[in-house]
Design a protein around this ligand. Structure first.
Ligand code: MTE
Ligand code: MO
Length: 408
């Protein structure tokens, strides 16, 4: 290749790289011919398509990854930072032109099948900001320990979802008066590879299915759903354990009884109906299905380990969410929960959207502190200060989030 030709290629490459970086490359002339620039965005990993390499991977078969608290700072969690909780294997070769959702069941007036195009065009399209939290988020803290993914604080996120109301679609099919539950099946594959086994098949009571914000969604933050979050179609129920929000959705049953699919029984997504002492064995009949998730908050700035000068105040911020109407107050404490100060709280975009809080914290002297955050919702529910009730599978840990700060 001639030198002029090489120079021409190099210059046009530089120009296009500058466009994608959104700024000029100051020493661009010096870049060795085949050097790959790092870029300014977090890289996504090849192993986990569409997910940031900054995610904390708990397991790769099935894939489970959570978001470090400080990366949950955005009002809406970016798609590449949204946690992933899979029970089986991600479906392969998804053909969206031939993707269908079939609705039937004992309490359905008929069986109906919709293509994606029909769903999108036949029903009102709606957007809601909905918080999804795995029922097992915070499991790591329980003692004696509970089996399962050892989630710390990051099996939660809030996204803008686009889709249709579940109730509009159910109404189009026709719901018999004896309907009790709405159940889902997805296209993911059981870990054993067996075609006749479901990795998970859960659902919600008919009353929850008929709520205004209960959705069948195809987009997340104005993009297609990420493959790992259920592309091309999923359920989204704010306020309930995220296990109800079926991914890779292809079948819904309107049932005349409480759904009995995979992970509806035993200790899966169930807790003792009455509190038990830590480590207790609980009989099946004394276990109740988790419905509403408890009030909770998370400090997303700063990270634990932050340092600050005594003369300055520390800006803190985070989110709070609830299954009630809204969060009414987020307080913080710097003295291990004796005194509490109120933070500034944003309005809720809609029911089940998380709300943002912020405060400027002053410290009385140098030394080690913990900042704790505690949310209160419109039903008067207050977050547990320390670990709430132990249960066999370690669900519903809504203890105050804590960060450590050193004042110099
Ligand atoms: N089809 C299907 N849907 C599913 C699951 C799954 O494994 N398969 N996991 C459930 C669980 S336990 C959770 S917590 C949420 C996680 O949603 P996310 O991976 O989009 O964050 O999806 C739920 N829906
Ligand atoms: Mo979950």
């Amino acid at each position: 290749m001639s030198n002029t030709r090489r120079k021409f290629i190099q210059e046009s490459l530089l120009a296009s790289m500058a466009v994608s970086l959104g700024t000029n490359i100051v020493y661009g002339k010096n870049i060795p011919f085949d050097l790959q620039l790092l870029g300014l965005e977090d890289s996504t990993s090849d192993q986990f398509p569409g997910k940031s390499s900054l995610m904390t991977v708990l397991n790769d078969r099935p894939i489970n990854m959570e978001t470090p608290a400080h990366l949950l700072k955005d009002a809406l969690t970016p798609n590449d930072l949204f946690f992933v909780r899979n029970n089986g294997l991600v479906p392969k070769n998804i053909d969206i032109d031939n993707w269908t959702l079939t609705i039937s069941g004992e309490s359905a007036r008929k069986t109906k099948t919709y293509t994606l195009k029909e769903l999108k065009s036949k029903f009102e399209n709606v957007n809601y900001n909905l918080t999804l939290e795995c029922g097992g988020n915070g499991r790591k803290e329980f003692s004696p320990p509970a089996k399962g993914n050892q989630w710390s604080t990051g099996a939660v996120g809030c996204a803008k979802w686009t889709g249709v109301r579940l109730r509009d679609v159910l109404k189009d099919v026709g719901i018999k008066s004896n309907a009790v539950y709405v159940a889902y099946y997805g296209a993911d594959i059981h870990l054993s590879g067996a075609a006749d086994k479901d990795p998970i098949s859960r659902g919600v009571p008919i009353k929850k299915a008929n709520e205004e914000e209960s959705m069948i969604a195809w987009a997340m933050n104005d993009e297609d759903l990420p493959l790992l979050n259920g592309y091309p179609l999923r359920l989204v129920f704010g306020g309930y354990p995220a296990s109800c929000s079926g991914k890779w959705l292809n079948k819904i049953l309107i049932r005349d009884r409480v759904h009995d699919g995979q992970k509806m029984n035993g200790s899966a997504y169930r807790i003792p109906c009455k509190p038990v002492s830590p480590g207790a064995t609980v009989e099946d009949e004394d276990m109740c299905i988790i419905e509403n998730m408890p009030v909770k908050s998370l400090i997303t700035f700063p990270k634990t380990g932050a340092t600050i000068q005594l003369s300055q105040s520390l800006p803190i911020s985070g989110h709070a969410w609830t299954s009630s109407k809204e969060i009414v107050k987020v307080e913080y404490s710097i003295d291990f929960g004796i005194q509490w100060q109120e933070s500034t709280l944003s309005k809720s975009a809609n029911k089940y959207a998380w709300q943002n809080f912020e405060a400027k914290v002053k410290f009385p002297q140098t030394g080690y502190y913990e900042v704790w955050a505690k949310a209160t919702d419109s039903d008067g529910n207050v977050q547990a200060m320390l670990l709430p009730g132990w249960n066999p599978k370690g669900y519903l840990n809504n203890a105050c989030h804590r960060i450590a700060v050193k004042v110099l």
